[in-house]
Design a protein around this ligand. Structure first.
Ligand SMILES: NC(=O)c1ccc[n+]([C@@H]2O[C@H](COP(=O)([O-])OP(=O)(O)OC[C@H]3O[C@@H](n4cnc5c(N)ncnc54)[C@H](OP(=O)(O)O)[C@@H]3O)[C@@H](O)[C@H]2O)c1
Length: 361
């Protein structure tokens, strides 16, 4: 890891000192005022601090508090993007748990390895189907297939997991409009297309919609604009849908994984190499001249270094998706992220941009 510049260290240290002084001296006084405002006669500051701390501990522990489980028997789940990564592993896990799995694979018809591997289950409860989420026709065919193969259409479909996704990178001035559209076509419009097509069946089951967003659905980053806008869109779509579905008893959850690049096929060295070639080839001459090849190559090297980064085990993501499907009271947002990414998302969401920008950029 690169050493932090002196300015950033000074900023972090002064921020912590100010926070400690404020909490140390200001908190008791503030609690007195709040307590008086709430009509309490005598304020016991120590008890107040302990209560706040307990609330914090409960908040941190909340994901582990049991909330009851739904019965799995007779329930079916539809997953997109099961050729590899989270989707592939999830299809296997849900099948093992006893769900009927409709596993959408992009390359089933072309004999893709991921689809073949799932077909080798030779199980009535593992149904592998061809699905490109960008194709209206294939999505309609998939819905027809689900209708025909559900045990009981009247009971509907229990859950859809919108997992299919692609990633790319590049500075705004190097990124073509076609690239912006391609990424959102899969990540955002694909999610909306599949959800809309399956909602009548999900509503019937009072079931679940689980959408794979990302930590990049909550914060931006340099070089990641095509991916970020698609994932911000997934977050917004999921929030709006959640409000609408409340009346129908359907629960909508968003999964915001941190960095699991090394564990899945989302950003391989081949993808980085091909993207780099394309970015430079398609960049306008003036952009190439202004930014320069050295600057460009440094950024591409940075992206290459990410290929081996992140969590190696996809289990935290799978556990959260499974919780969203099986818990009686699923959460709205799940954040399977390494601590440093989680802190960064919090800082960039809740601190004034003047502070978070200085900390991270
Ligand atoms: N890995 C991470 O660090 C990370 C972090 C945050 C969020 N996510 C999100 O998690 C989801 C799963 O990604 P992953 O990491 O498991 O990557 P992955 O291994 O590449 O899985 C994505 C799957 O989507 C499929 N796909 C691509 N385009 C499709 C299309 N048009 N229609 C249907 N399927 C399509 C891919 O098929 P092919 O492999 O056959 O191309 C692949 O099987 C994505 O939405 C991603 O944005 C991942």
């Amino acid at each position: 890891m690169a050493p932090l510049p002196l300015f950033r260290i000074a900023l972090l240290v002064s921020f912590s000192v100010v926070l400690t002084v404020l909490l140390g001296f200001g908190l008791p006084g503030m609690l007195n005022i709040v307590a008086r405002f709430c009509g309490f006669h005598e304020t016991n500051v120590t008890e107040c601090i302990v209560s706040i701390y307990l609330v914090f501990v409960v908040y941190v522990a909340m994901p582990r508090i049991p909330r009851g489980l739904v019965e799995v028997k007779g329930k079916a789940v539809f997953i997109t993007g099961c050729d590899s990564g989270f989707g592939h592993a999830l299809a296997k896990r849900l099948h093992k748990l006893g769900f009927t799995v409709f596993a959408g694979c992009l390359f089933k018809d072309k004999g893709g390895e991921g689809a073949k591997d799932l077909e080798e289950f030779h199980s009535d409860h593992m149904k592998v189907l061809q699905l490109d989420v960008c194709s209206e026709e294939q999505v309609n065919q998939a819905v027809e297939y689900v209708h025909k193969n559900l045990e009981d259409t009247e009971k509907g479909l229990w859950a859809v997991v919108n997992n299919a996704g692609i990633s790319t990178f590049g500075e705004v001035e190097f990124t073509t409009m076609d690239t912006y559209k391609q990424v959102s076509e899969v990540n955002l419009w694909g999610t909306i297309r599949v959800t809309k097509a399956l909602l009548p069946l999900i509503r019937r089951a009072k079931g679940r919609v689980v959408n794979l967003a990302s930590m990049y659905g909550r914060m931006g980053n340099a070089l990641r604009s095509p991916y970020c806008i698609s994932k911000y869109g997934v977050e917004a779509f999921s929030d709006c849908l959640r409000y609408e579905m409340k009346a129908w008893g359907v629960k909508v959850s968003i999964i915001e994984p941190g960095n699991f690049i090394v564990a899945t096929g989302i950003l391989t060295r081949d993808i980085v190499a091909n993207t780099a070639t394309k970015l430079w080839r398609e960049a306008p001459p003036a952009v190439k001249e202004d930014y320069g090849k050295t600057h460009f190559d440094q950024h591409m090297a940075l992206m290459r270094s990410y290929c081996n980064s992140g969590e190696k085990d996809v289990m935290p993501v799978l556990e959260d998706i499974i919780d969203a499907i099986t818990s009686k009271r699923p959460y709205t947002r799940y954040t399977p992220q390494e601590p440093h990414w989680w802190i960064r998302v919090q800082a960039m969401t809740y601190l004034p941009a003047a502070i978070s920008d200085r900390l991270y950029f």
